[in-house]
Ligand binder design. Structure first.
Ligand code: ADP
Ligand code: MG
Length: 245
């Protein structure tokens, strides 16, 4: 579904990502794991057209035209939804108003789907939000705000969902709720989920595939089930294990 081939980018003269190639199939969860500063956020921003790309063979959704060098709204229109680091929720707006922000993209992507029906559908999938539609988003807990950010991203019926460290600042049990939710989104909506994370436990709970990113390079690729080998991961993070896939 999402295919990235040989993506490199830099901040000014400083190279940050080197030859990144990643595939995420529909209905699967892939995780980019790596320590702080590895380049995870930069990779998601590059996919979204937020970063100047130095070179790239191709970024595509469902084999369509290449997305690299397209602006963010064009990438979103192609069906890629993005939950940024820090969630991007507007605290002074209500839950419902935050969700309504997702409707403008729905109008472009699925003009026949009515706004009310789309809101009802997403609220049915998130009963916790349904009970709080008129509460200011800033009054929600961190976990609820993350759910709201994910719900908003889903309104436009994306085929790809990108999430930047959804676990940040959340308690371990809430992180597991997020892992369950991402698994369900992939399984029941057939969405290709690409998750940037540092939390190995969350990744292990939901990922089909994992890529370890260190200093802007993918140093290992493994099935989600292999995330159980913490010692190898620790060594990959620190750079003391041989890079292999
Ligand atoms: N706006 C920026 N300008 C220059 N360098 C940046 C900027 N943002 C991030 N970097 C650098 O790019 C590298 C990757 O950062 P980032 O993608 O944020 O990593 P991660 O999300 O894995 O923590 C780091 O070395 C960071 O210092
Ligand atoms: Mg980051």
């Amino acid at each position: 579904m999402l295919s990235i081939q040989k993506l490199s980018c830099s901040y000014g003269q400083a190279p940050v990502l080197h030859d990144i190639s990643i595939e995420v199939a529909a209905g699967k969860v892939s995780v980019i794991l790596g320590p702080n500063g590895a380049g995870k956020s930069t990779l998601l921003k590059a996919i979204m057209g937020h970063m100047p790309v130095v070179s790239c063979q191709r970024i595509s959704v469902a084999g369509g035209r290449s997305l690299d060098r397209l602006p963010m709204h064009a990438v979103a229109r192609m069906g890629v939804a993005y939950v940024p680091e820090g969630r991007g929720i507007l605290n002074s707006l209500t839950v419902l108003e935050n969700l309504q922000l997702g409707l403008s993209l729905l109008r472009i992507r699925s003009p026949k789907e009515g706004a009310e029906a789309a809101l009802d559908k997403v609220l049915d999938s998130f009963p916790m939000l349904k009970d709080r539609t008129h509460v200011a988003a800033g009054l929600l807990s961190g976990g609820q705000q993350q759910m709201l950010a994910i719900a908003r991203a889903l309104i436009s019926n994306p085929s790809v969902l990108l999430l930047d460290e959804p676990s940040l600042g959340l308690a371990p049990l809430i992180r597991l709720d997020i892992a369950r939710l991402l698994r369900e989104i992939a399984d029941s909506k057939n969405v290709a989920v690409l998750l940037a994370e540092q939390d190995i436990t969350l990744a292990q709970r939901c990922a089909d595939q994992a890529y370890v990113l260190r200093r802007g390079r993918i140093v290992a690729e493994m099935a989600g089930g292999e995330l159980i080998d913490r010692e190898r991961l620790r060594q990959l993070y620190l750079g003391s294990a041989p890079a292999a896939s």
